[in-house]
Design a protein around this ligand. Sequence first.
Ligand code: GLN
Length: 290
Amino acid sequence: MSTKLKDWTVLSMLEWGTEYFKERGIPDPRLSIEWLLAETLQVKRLDLYLKFDRPLSQTELDNIRPLVKRRAKHEPLQYILGYTEFMNAHITVSPEVLIPRIETEQLVEILLDDHPSDEGSEEKKVIDIGTGSGCIPIALKMERPDWQVDALDISKEAIRIARENAENNEVDVNFISGNILQWKELPLEGSYDIIISNPPYVLPEEKEELEEQVVRHEPSLALFCDNLEKMYGSVIRFSEKYLQDQGMLYLEVHEKYGEQIQQLFDDTRWETSLLKDYDKKPRFIIAKLA
Ligand code: GLN
């Protein structure tokens, strides 16, 4: 923002910010400035347009300036705002956790559609493997309060944030610290009706295919995996041990490797299908244990 004399208004800031971000190759330039301005003025994003000729005070300009600078350095909007939305949940995010994606919302919706709330009275027991911000178990618990929901992550920092998120959304989730690659050593009891996982699935050599804002700011631990067979193989073997008969496993996968990962299932024990996301990319493996 230049210091030259100019009477800034909501509208001129929206226009200036859009151009400024566009010139720097920032994804979603208009949305970015809308969110940052809405945050600064503490109004809803769409309400900005109801007051587009409202002048901005010096304090408001001072407040938005550092936010604009951060976004111009490709920092994801959600880390700048400190939160995002996932289904009905308000989820705090920081660089220790992956920003929840809309594809993952779709996976949760598929799971919920498969298990409507009026489906018999027995409560289900579910575990999310590699929970990160806790978005999946929190959304599940908000939609199906009777279920017992566990969530596992290797990152202690992620578990801390996920716990805070569960508390803020007023749901009870049992968080467990542990490494799925060493699933035989996990301190778990009983069995599950449903297992869900969005593990890290980007191969390190495919880093270039990710957006700069993802690579520079999101946690490598949540994104990259150098051995997909081992990662998904562990989730599948874990599920064979801990799932009830007829139990269901819901997996998010890289669009390129769905079929390869499907091959890791023993088809005498599992029935699997590979479903597409809203972008028509093969993204979800839904598997039923025979
Ligand atoms: N879908 C994410 C991305 O492409 C990656 C998430 C993951 O590795 N599980 O940025």
